[in-house]
Design a protein around this ligand. Structure first.
Ligand code: ATP
Length: 286
């Protein structure tokens, strides 16, 4: 069972859903479950229906066939792809968080603390870096204490190092608040290793599975062609040993023992050294 996932019913259950607009199906045959503590990432080329699927998931769009079922009283934190903001007007981070609904000062402080920008409460949005701005948007979503966090391209305008840091933050938010996370990755670039499931869209679900499975799947390779080689990178923390499902421990040198070695450092999920594996290098995705 993936990290943090419980046997509870899904928070969101999309069954065989489709959206029909202007005489065509934008997406069709979408099946997707999101449980508490799970991270699901949607990937796919431009126009493949990622945002449409996310909007379907949060009921901003109604399915024209199939159904979308939410757990009772589901609270959603949504970080949209674009925000309609008049950038000529001064707008502080604090104000962004309270724009659509008032929030307690303590809750705002906690949300900013959780995303690592407690010092930027009064800062003007237009002067923030890309990474700081995305964190402000995350704080705005987290202040509502959501059951699920839906992030439509949370790393836009962020450089590679910042991107890895943001993925690490999202993983941490999932761990501390135990919410479910639906993540849309518009650039086929970096998929968080903490992702339990990747769903590759192309108007329908082209393939799905763990990041490694998807990177190695022929459907994925067919969809992205030569770009697939090395372009799906999986962001991973470096672990010097891994706990196997049967309780044994696999070490960095490949050996397997019943217990950790005395000198073993970090357990799975606690080492923040960053490594990135380009899956195309080790698979024959092409
Ligand atoms: N309301 C709408 N009416 C008609 N067509 C739409 C509507 N919304 C989206 N589309 C079309 O549906 C397709 C899927 O759009 P969507 O925004 O879901 O794709 P996406 O995978 O998120 O793309 P991108 O990576 O470019 O953001 C696109 O061809 C888009 O032009």
């Amino acid at each position: 069972m993936p990290t943090g996932q419980t046997a509870s019913p899904p928070l969101i259950d999309i069954r065989n859903a489709g959206v029909f607009r202007d005489g065509k199906w934008l997406v069709r045959d979408i099946d997707l479950e999101l449980k508490r503590g799970e991270i699901v990432t949607l990937i796919g080329p431009n126009g493949s229906g990622k945002s449409t699927t996310a909007k379907l998931a949060i009921k901003v769009l109604k399915p024209d066939e199939g159904q979308v079922i939410h757990a009772p009283d589901l609270r959603i934190g949504y970080v949209p792809q674009k925000l309609a903001i008049d950038w000529t007007l001064p707008l502080s981070v604090e104000r962004l968080i309270t724009l659509t609904s008032p929030q307690k000062k303590r809750d705002i402080e906690q949300a900013l603390e959780a995303v690592g920008i407690p010092h930027l409460a009064k800062a003007e949005l237009r002067f923030l870096s890309g990474g700081e701005f995305q964190r402000a948007l995350l704080a705005r979503a987290m202040v509502r204490k959501p059951d699920i966090l839906v992030l439509d391209e949370p790393v836009q305008g962020v450089d590679f190092v910042g991107e890895a840091a943001l993925y690490e933050l999202i993983e941490k938010l999932r761990d501390t608040s135990h919410c479910g996370v639906l993540l849309i990755s518009h650039d086929l670039h970096l998929v968080m290793a903490a992702t339990d499931r990747v769903i590759c869209l192309n108007g329908h679900i082209c393939c799905s599975g763990t990041p490694k499975d998807v990177a190695a799947s022929p459907e994925y390779a067919k969809l992205f062609g030569p770009r697939a080689r090395g372009s799906l990178a999986v962001y991973e923390h470096h672990h010097d040993h891994t706990h196997l499902p049967d309780g044994r421990v696999r070490h960095a040198d490949g050996s397997v023992t019943d217990h950790c070695h005395e000198h073993d450092g970090h357990h799975h999920g606690h080492d923040h050294t960053q490594t990135v594996k380009a899956k195309g290098e080790s698979t024959d995705a092409r």
